[in-house]
Design a protein around this ligand. Sequence first.
Ligand SMILES: *Cc1c(COP(=O)(O)O)cnc(C)c1O
Length: 448
Amino acid sequence: MSAGHRRLPAVNALVDAAEAAGLLEDHPRQVVVDAVRASLSAARESGEGEPTDGWMADVTRRATRRTRLSLTRVVNATGVILHTNLGRAPLAPVARQAAAGAFGYSSLEYDLATGDRGSRQDHVRDLLRQLTGAEDAVVVTNAAAAVLLLLNTLAREGETIVSRGELVEIGGSFRIPDILARSNSALVEVGTTNRTRLDDYRHAATTDTRLLLKVHRSNFTMSGFVAETSVSELVALGRELDVPVVHDVGSGLLMDLSHWGLSGEPLVKPSVEAGATVAFSGDKLVGGPQAGIVVGPREVVARAAQNPLARALRPDKSTMAALEATLALYLDPDNAIAEVPVLSMLTSDPSTLKRRARRLARRIEGGRTIPGVSTVGGGAFPGSELPTTLVAVPTESADVLLERLRQHDPPVIARTVDDLVVFDVRTLLDDEFALVAEAVTQAKGGIV
Ligand SMILES: *Cc1c(COP(=O)(O)O)cnc(C)c1O
């Protein structure tokens, strides 16, 4: 008899066994029945009969996988700080508390002083004014939406002039030419890929020109024979033409980090001071929740806020709460560095990372430290490599180990360097060390 015809238990028998084992207390009956069926059909297909650790273990694993939420906390050991697939910026503890608090009834659009109706934008407007020097601010769901809103408000049925060197694609589906098309504004490309001068913009201006747009090349760098026009030059030209200037800076750096060797990302404030309207993300270098922040001259922001699209793109209460709490940390720059996780991770110094890596390595069997690099990710500081110390775990089956770490509860996301599975302490919190060590011990069971 071939293994494929080996007798398998009946569905009912296994469901009864599962009930006796208490599985129905943790999972709905239908989930357990489905898990039993899946377990049986896997056994039939593999021809191997009963799973090596028994029917109940297999059924429990399958039922748990079905019942487990799919969007869940993970431990980021990759060293990629703004990991797009892992939700970009992790929030500061105060921002998490603020967001959690706002999920009940909240003062979202309620003025506690007067008892009258308020605006959700009121919670962050003054903070954004103070931190960027802008006259006014409006927040939408994300930076792509902020750019769409500005283009649609300011340049609809007219022309927008953009440098050929700035017609970029950010993260897959955000392409400047496509956003312009959706905003119902005609794209006028000027200059060349590597050089665009002020005169290029000037010569392209017509009576239909509505906007001058500058876009930060977030996810790549250009060097060599290159030239671009500064925001202040564009604003001066915009004044001559009587059209606004929008600067999409992408990451939205609110603090100068050059002291830590991090330069190349535009700060928000200088563009605001130059007179541009600036759009940026809340969940890149700001280190807050997903949001698109617009700051700039009062009349431009007011026009954007009155566009019906602003209503369609408005952020929810948890976003506003987390953003307010995050921005408040910036009122004291030292506090921001210490409390905003993205900033602490970006600025952690190599000797601290080495000490922390040694501490993690001691907890992991066979773990040893090796030099490595972390990356910023999220289309910020492209090309910058942050020296770090990795904890490496030798294994003959890196892929199996990585997969088992992903199956851990909570999942641990690591990466490989030269066939070694590595953990970067830069993106780990100290209180996650025990969890990582335990996940590795469990995951290594049965493999070399
Ligand atoms: C990231 C980025 C965007 C899009 O930001 P989201 O918050 O992801 O919508 C737009 N423009 C630039 C220059 C960016 O870097």
